[in-house]
Design a protein around this ligand. Structure first.
Ligand SMILES: Cc1cc2nc3c(=O)[nH]c(=O)nc-3n(C[C@H](O)[C@H](O)[C@H](O)COP(=O)(O)OP(=O)(O)OC[C@H]3O[C@@H](n4cnc5c(N)ncnc54)[C@H](O)[C@@H]3O)c2cc1C
Length: 305
């Protein structure tokens, strides 16, 4: 099982380009390279790439996608997606402006959907609020983290009390999704505009020290100097994908420029010039090896766009 990376629909045609251009002006770009906007640094362009700075503009873009039946998706910080070599033939929505705001009131942090998780951790530490330290080092946005229920021992879903969303054709809604391991009940067509995270009052220096500890642990165990998309596979119940992959002898296995990291077996790194086809072939080889060695079917955690 893999979460769908986009809302399915039609590919962009000239009349759609004209409609987007006339409604959005400079906010839309065509044939926009996506590789630099993802942590894996691979893949082709977006047929249309729209930067939206307000909920009103977002509603307008969603309305166009919906009424024209276009394929669309939101791209957060691109740290959990791998873009296909042919790119994405629909509309990629990028949140900016109002969606990047963050504020602290008492023990609640309100963060826009585009706020980096790192900024949430920094604000929490500055305000002496504890509970989010384990999320430090997750290179995603609040919206992407909520969709994926990102985390380690603590997941973002443990902290979320309210999520403001927009769904095409509906007014803004405040909801509390259900969360499970690396997934949420968020509708595929819901865009996270903001979230309220509730933390606990703590000691500022102790919080900062725990954040530093956590970052150091990631640095020691993850191949952070090479482009990657985090864990490729979900952990199967009661086990770890990395353990199974390593025991199946896949560390260091390569397809073109893609390599199973010798440092962390559940990471595939781009050693330079990797294509999405390289990554997908390597994923197949790892899956085959794990199936043969352990009889376990690994499921993808990353999303293929
Ligand atoms: C080095 C590294 C370490 C990582 N460590 C962890 C970890 O410890 N734990 C963990 O869980 N993950 C980890 N990840 C994976 C990734 O960082 C998280 O899944 C992150 O939450 C994805 O956020 P993003 O903004 O990058 O989302 P993207 O990759 O841009 O998108 C992921 C999904 O979220 C959707 N999405 C993005 N923004 C919104 C929005 N505003 N509204 C609705 N949907 C949205 C996208 O459409 C897509 O389906 C790691 C990744 C890397 C590269």
């Amino acid at each position: 099982m893999t979460a769908a990376a986009s809302v399915p629909g039609k590919e962009l045609e000239d009349n759609h380009r004209a409609a987007l251009r006339s409604a959005l002006g400079d906010a839309v770009r065509f044939n926009e390279p996506l590789a630099p906007k993802t942590s894996m640094r691979i893949g082709g362009p977006a047929a249309a790439y729209v930067s939206v700075s307000t909920p009103a503009l977002l509603a307008q873009v969603l309305q166009i996608c919906e009424s024209e039946g276009l394929a669309w998706t939101v791209l957060g910080r691109g740290s959990n997606v791998v873009v296909r070599d042919a790119g994405f033939a629909g509309v990629v929505i990028h949140l900016t402006g109002e969606f990047t705001k963050i504020s602290v009131e008492g023990e609640t942090i309100r963060a826009g959907g585009a706020v980096p998780i790192v900024a949430v951790c920094r604000e929490a530490a500055r305000a002496g609020l504890e509970g989010a330290e384990e999320l430090a080092g997750i290179p995603g946005s609040v919206g992407g983290a909520i969709r994926m229920n990102a985390g380690t021992r603590v997941e973002i879903g443990d902290l979320v009390r309210r999520v403001g969303i927009l769904i095409p054709g509906h007014p803004g809604l405040d909801i509390l999704p259900q969360f499970a391991y690396r997934t949420s009940s968020l509708d595929r067509r819901a865009v996270v505009c903001f979230a309220d995270l509730v933390l606990r009052r703590g000691d500022r220096q102790a919080v900062q020290a725990r954040v530093r500890e956590h970052l150091a642990r990631r640095n020691a165990t993850q191949p952070l100097s090479l482009p990657n998309a985090g864990s490729i596979f979900r952990n199967p119940p009661g086990d770890f994908a990395a353990r199974l992959i390593e025991a199946a002898g896949c560390k260091g296995m390569r397809c073109g420029g893609a390599e199973v990291s010798p440092k962390h077996a559940n990471f595939i790194v781009n050693r330079g010039g990797a294509t999405c086809a390289d990554v997908l072939s390597l994923i197949d080889r790892v899956r085959d090896a794990v199936r043969q060695r352990h009889g376990v079917e690994l499921e993808l955690e990353i999303q293929i766009l």
